[in-house]
Design a protein around this ligand. Structure first.
Ligand code: SF4
Length: 93
């Protein structure tokens, strides 16, 4: 799963009125862009400022997602529900 998709899942969707480069959670570290919230959720890797913003635009990460990797969360949620997101649901995010 793409890193930005993980943030869309965590935040509950997209904010089409903004880009990540307008968000205060976008930082530069060692000449690379990073999403501070994605890092706090256990993610890694650089970020693209031109991504469509997630719904945590300019907000903080909910406590339940802190210190747990995004992939771990995705795995545990899938285990619990045993469901996979429908394309229609994804398009509505
Ligand atoms: S909108 Fe902000 S919090 Fe959301 S993915 Fe972009 S940089 Fe991260």
């Amino acid at each position: 799963m793409k890193r930005i998709s993980e943030m869309y899942r965590i935040s509950g969707g997209t904010d089409y009125t903004h880009l990540c480069n307008e968000c205060r959670n976008l930082r530069i570290e060692k000449k690379k862009f990073i999403c501070r919230l994605h890092q706090q959720a256990g993610g890694s890797g650089d970020w693209k400022p031109q991504f469509i913003a997630c719904r945590l635009f300019n907000l903080t990460l909910p406590d339940k997602y802190k210190n747990k990797s995004c992939r771990e969360q995705a795995g545990s949620e899938n285990e619990i529900t045993g469901e996979q997101m429908e394309l229609k649901e994804f398009m509505e995010m």
